[in-house]
Design a protein around this ligand. Structure first.
Ligand SMILES: [Zn+2]
Ligand SMILES: [Zn+2]
Length: 155
């Protein structure tokens, strides 16, 4: 992680607007991938079923190769990466840091390498799931590292 040299208070309103504008294409791309997710899961289940049927017919590990290939493909290209902040160049909310991704308030009680925290602004308890699942109980409106607003709709 890069330590942000400047945080939200150090930027002018026009600078913040420009950052949000710069972030928009990445946010749209991320949302598009998230929407496609159930569809990809369905294809994977389908391939898994075919592999299962094949493995009943031919007793060989080769039957599972399409499934394994599909899994590898999914891990490499399917799981959307949280976009980088145009100001501090960190991923805006992969783990929690100083600022609340929901309201931009200051976080306290930061635990376990940024996987959970409480916000002193909106009083929420924020949690990030472990591993690559990226499950979390909040939407990202602000960069957690430097606090700038990145997306009105939320990621
Ligand atoms: Zn908050
Ligand atoms: Zn940032």
């Amino acid at each position: 992680m890069l330590e942000p040299r400047r945080t939200v208070e150090d930027y002018s309103v026009t600078e913040l607007e420009a950052f949000k504008e710069a972030f928009r294409p990445a946010a749209e791309k991320y949302r598009g991938k998230m929407r496609r997710d159930p569809f990809i899961a369905l294809i994977l289940v389908g391939i898994g079923m075919i592999s299962l049927i094949l493995s009943k017919l031919i007793d060989s590990w080769v039957c599972w190769s399409p499934f394994l290939l599909a899994m590898a493909f999914l891990v490499m290209f399917g799981i959307p990466r949280i976009p980088k902040c145009p100001a501090c160049l960190n991923q805006v909310g992969f783990t929690l840091d100083k600022f609340c991704p929901e309201c931009g308030g200051l976080l306290r009680n930061l635990l376990f390498w940024g996987t959970s925290a409480e916000c002193s602004g909106c009083n929420r308890s924020l949690v990030v799931g472990s591993g690559k699942s990226q499950k979390r109980n909040f939407k990202i409106h602000h960069c957690t590292h430097c606090g700038i607003p990145v997306d009105d709709q939320g990621l």
